[in-house]
Design a protein around this ligand. Structure first.
Ligand code: ME8
Length: 632
């Protein structure tokens, strides 16, 4: 029976477009899927989007469109990015699809009928952002322990899944199955979590509070908790209800590739849910680390979110894929910076690999009849190259199977560097001058065949470029990636070679700047996202003192009352208002502007005013609005 490989990513929330973290996860799953196909294993790759829940409902409401319509819009952005990154998923699942809703309702009913779900009243602290309840002791300084946002006390009737009864079973299972949670330190983290008593899981939300979800089959006043819904995508995808034979084929030989922040839902809730439903648990859950931006956490409020398409615009999808896979030790965090990207691309792809391809193909064109020459007898150095190339495949299989994708790439690049040294040592240009055709032919063949074997193993990471490579050596990509092509000697002497293609033109910093400027020009001017506007903290303030700034005709120094605090701001309004006219006015102030010194005087905020030619009027609000009220 052939070996099988089923890989999933987390399904991504569609409340925003994909960032480098989402893209890394999807590329990494794609690379694993493509390697497994290359190793001759039957493979199924599932990815998709998580479309229910509070965050999504809130975002759609804020944009003024129905949630499903909003999901339809954002999902196209995900699909666009996945297409540009060459993601070869076998199935894309959206949790709003009928096939998934049926599975969720089926499992809920099954667990309800089996007495695994009960109704109870509950009082707890609810974090709207994380969409989950916390107990008093979980809170950190009164806030959500996960995201540090404020929580609200909620008391309501809900449905609960009897998760607590599976605690001991789960601990034993984790201990007995070292393949289940990876890397090892994450396994220990989960076991640490399971040292505390496990609670039952609240799996419903009353429709009065949240309507955007899958209705419980046994109570139409409730929808399903978004995580209970989302996790089930992994069984919907391969056909749990729609195609039981396919499901049996793929399940449970599944690897869930997820980020470190969602390990508890995957390694605790999910196996308990499956156990209760009588479905075997997944083979492996692998938690990768996070992408940081120049060592800092990415966040919208910091404005440092790395968008994959900005990098793709520089040198295409393959350059992005190579960078993220080479740069991240799976399991650890990694950091993006433009310098690191340029450095990695130029040294590995442009210099080591791209240069060798172009030099070799040119030498074959220049020193032979444009065809791959017939090698004569191999000397020790040639044999070493051949053996190195033959050892590469088993090494890469081992590394890929243990999720060491960055090491696998380094191994392949080392073999390419060895080929570069081999060409330098054997100096085909001198052999050509000397008329030593036998040796010249052997060197050119050995270097080309070594390069082809390495390039074949780069296919899962840079598929588009390896297709171009295959074209240079006149091999259709399907042939190059077939099992037979793993063998030394597969490329036959006499094969026509196309010379001089530059697979990876070098990049410099100036060029990146130009690409960014062109992108900025092509975007509609002045359009901002709602989230950009939300960054502005506008508040009502009352002016209680106003004086002129000495030596500055246009400036007034204002003392303002923001309810919870008093501040000083400097405003260029002296030509339009006398200081005494201003006292008592309720104005609108941008409060989170970086403090600045204007003519040596501290200004902490900025007032809003309407202006046209020689006119200026302050933006004011009615007197009965309390100082400090938010605007927006
Ligand atoms: O958690 N670096 O969706 P999501 C690397 N819908 N990975 C990152 C990251 C970063 N900076 N930020 C996020 C959800 N991720 C749920 C999953 S699965 C049944 C439901 C990863 O869109 C994150 O860890 O917030 C997760 O694996 C994935 O991106 C989707 O995150």
């Amino acid at each position: 029976m052939p070996e099988r490989f089923y890989i999933t990513t987390a399904i991504h929330y569609v409340n925003d477009e994909p960032h480098i973290g989402h893209a890394f996860e999807t590329v990494a799953a794609d690379v694993l899927a493509r390697y497994n196909r290359l190793f001759g294993r039957e493979t199924f790759f599932l990815t998709g989007t998580d479309e229910h829940g509070q965050k999504l409902q809130d975002t759609a409401v804020a944009k003024g469109i129905p949630p499903k319509e909003y999901c339809d819009q954002i999902v196209t952005r995900f699909l666009d990015v996945w297409q540009k990154l060459n993601i070869s998923y076998d199935n894309f699942i959206r949790t709003t699809e009928k096939r998934h809703i049926e599975v969720v309702r089926h499992i809920l009913q099954k667990l309800f009928d089996a007495g695994e779900i009960y109704k109870s009243s509950y009082e707890g602290w609810y974090c709207k952002y994380e969409e989950r309840f916390w107990t008093e002791k979980d809170l950190v300084e009164g806030n959500c322990p996960d995201c540090n946002r404020p929580v609200t006390k909620i008391s309501e009737e809900n449905y609960f899944f009897k998760m607590s009864q599976y605690q001991q079973w789960l601990v034993d299972y984790i201990n007995q199955n070292p393949e289940f949670i990876k890397p090892e330190f994450r396994k220990n983290e989960v076991l640490g979590y399971l040292r505390q008593p496990l609670s039952d899981l609240c799996i419903s939300r009353p429709k009065s509070r949240l309507s955007w979800g899958i209705e419980l089959p046994f109570d139409k006043d409730y929808v399903c908790y978004v995580w209970f819904d989302a996790l089930l995508n992994y069984i919907t995808g391969p056909g749990y209800l729609s195609d039981p034979d396919a499901f049996k084929k793929w399940w449970p030989s599944v690897t869930h590739l997820i980020g470190k922040d969602i390990i508890t839902t995957h390694a605790v809730y999910w196996p308990c849910m499956l156990k209760a439903a009588g479905i075997p648990v997944p083979k492996t859950i692998f938690a990768h680390g996070f992408w940081l931006m120049e060592d800092a956490k990415m966040s919208k409020s910091r404005g440092n979110v790395v968008k994959p398409l900005d990098i793709v615009a520089i040198r295409g999808g393959d350059a992005f894929r190579y960078f993220v896979i080479r740069e991240m030790t799976m399991g650890q965090d990694a950091s993006y910076s433009e310098d690191a990207f340029i450095q990695r691309y130029n040294s590995d792809l442009a210099n080591d690999f791209g240069n060798l391809v172009s030099r070799l193909s040119k030498m074959i064109a220049g020193y032979t009849d444009g065809r791959l020459p017939e090698p004569a007898t191999y000397n020790d150095e040639d044999v070493k190259i051949k053996l190195g190339a033959q050892e590469l495949l088993p090494q890469v299989i081992d590394l890929v199977d243990s999720f060491k994708l960055n090491v696998a790439l380094e191994q392949i690049l080392q073999s390419i560097r060895a080929l570069n040294r081999y060409v330098e040592n054997n100096r085909p240009w001198d052999l050509h001058k000397q008329g030593n055709t036998e040796r010249l032919n052997t060197v050119l063949y050995t270097a080309s065949e070594g390069l082809r074997i390495a390039a074949r193993l780069l296919f899962p990471v840079i598929p588009e470029k390896i297709e171009e490579f295959a074209d240079i050596f006149n091999a259709p990509i399907d042939a190059l990636t077939s099992n037979e092509a793993a063998e030394w000697g597969w490329m036959k002497p006499g094969t026509e070679v196309k010379p001089g293609v530059t697979l990876f033109p070098r990049i410099d910093k100036k060029e990146i700047k130009k690409v960014a400027e062109e992108k900025a020009k092509s975007e509609p001017e002045g359009i901002i996202e709602l989230d950009d506007f939300k960054k502005l903290k506008l508040k009502v303030a009352e002016i209680f003192e106003a004086v002129k700034v000495e030596g500055a005709d246009k400036l007034l120094k204002l003392q303002i009352d923001l309810g919870s605090e008093k501040r000083q701001i400097i405003a260029g309004i002296a030509e339009y208002y006398k200081p005494e006219e201003l006292v008592g006015k309720k104005i609108v102030v941008l409060t989170n502007l970086k403090p600045a010194k204007i003519r040596g005087v501290e200004s902490n905020g900025m007032l809003l005013a309407a202006s046209k030619k020689n006119q200026l009027t302050l933006v004011t609000v009615d007197d009965d609005i309390p100082n400090g009220s938010s605007i927006g």
